[in-house]
Design a binder for this molecule. Structure first.
Ligand code: DAH
Length: 339
């Protein structure tokens, strides 16, 4: 009994195959403890010999079985550690590194381009008074943009001086704010979120615009055209050209639509463009009424302004294909990680 207990506990404690082999020899080997004990059986009186013999055989069987079980457990463990061995020289798993959102990248790039020619980046309220978004920009009272089918109204009961409160539908509302804040010379770049009641593959209710305003003595259309050309070449590439077409905006006179030569067909005309040109946005010479509303004398100063969509210029850039503008705001990593 004593032999059995001590053998079993030693077997269970054995850490590896080698140790187990030694224990086996110690009990079951030629001069092992159990082998010697079995030899002693001949000395046991004949009437008790059978009982002692069968007990001794039980002990032998238990020891053998315990050894076998433990042996297979040790073998399993060893093969596992052999395959799971840590290779400290193997390259590690790289943590996923994010990047700035596509729109943020574009905003930074655009700001940097204009910073080089002296434009200061400003930001004005996105929850804005009608006065800044429409009234002082020369919009007539019945203009469709002032309807709540077009614009989001925050407060219908108007402020006696500033009118109703709205979500600004364009960055042009920064023009009067800048004129109130600063005397000429003015060279501002207002980049902000804008809001309109629209939603389809190329429009979302929230989008971004960048608005330039320059007011100084003797500012002419040539300055506008030069600035526009510089931006187009810096942002889209040296081989791209710009043009202005007569148009109408309430707050500029004369007003223009700005086009960029198509990057796909290099201006020859293709499926993507209108005879080689892509429309980028509006611009013009600041209307004298707007200068006056901003406290600037139009006889002394002139200016130009432009307002273009961040999403639009991004989608016009070579190599960026976005089927649905709303993907940009979906937080879908499969989409965003492509850029
Ligand atoms: N605010 C106009 C829009 O959202 C764009 C625009 C046109 C801005 C002409 C200007 C401008 O500064 O001169 O459609």
């Amino acid at each position: 009994m004593q032999i059995k207990n001590s053998a079993v506990s030693m077997i269970i404690d054995a850490a590896d195959e080698k140790e187990l082999e030694e224990i086996k020899l110690q009990f079951l080997g030629k001069s092992g403890k159990l082998t010697l004990a079995l030899k002693e059986i001949t000395k046991v009186p004949i009437e008790r010999r059978a009982a002692v013999g069968s007990l001794a055989n039980d002990v032998k069987k238990t020891i053998e079985e315990t050894i076998k079980n433990h042996e297979s457990r040790i073998m399993n463990q060893e093969s596992k550690t052999r395959t799971e061995k840590l290779d400290i020289t193997a390259p590690g798993i790289k943590p996923a590194i994010g990047h700035l959102h596509l729109i943020t990248q574009a905003v930074e790039e655009i700001s940097e381009i204009f910073r080089h020619i002296g434009f200061t980046r400003v930001r004005y309220p996105e929850v804005e008074w009608d006065k800044y978004a429409f009234e002082d920009l020369n919009f007539p009272k019945n203009h469709p943009a002032r309807d709540d089918w077009e614009t989001f109204f925050i407060k219908q009961d108007p402020d006696p001086k500033k009118g109703p409160m709205i979500l600004t539908p364009h960055t042009s509302s920064g023009q009067i704010r800048e004129m109130e804040r600063k005397n000429p010379p003015i060279r501002m770049l207002n980049i902000a979120k804008c809001y309109r009641r629209q939603s389809d593959v190329s429009h979302s209710p929230m989008f971004h615009q960048f608005e330039g305003l320059v007011v100084d003595k003797n500012i002419s259309i040539a300055h506008l055209k030069g600035t526009l050309d510089y931006f187009v070449k810096s942002y889209f590439g040296e081989d791209r050209r710009s043009r202005i077409r007569p148009y109408h905006f309430q707050f500029t006179e004369p007003s223009f639509e700005v086009d960029v030569s198509c990057g796909m067909c290099k201006g020859h005309g293709c499926k993507l463009c209108k005879e080689g040109w892509l429309e980028m946005g509006g611009s013009g010479m600041v209307h004298p009424n707007v200068l006056r509303n901003g406290g600037i004398d139009p006889k002394e100063f002139t200016g130009f302004a432009f307002g273009w969509g961040v999403e639009r210029v991004l989608m016009m850039k070579e190599g960026i294909k976005i089927d649905d503008l709303r993907f940009l705001y979906s937080s879908n990593l499969n989409f965003l990680e492509q850029f």
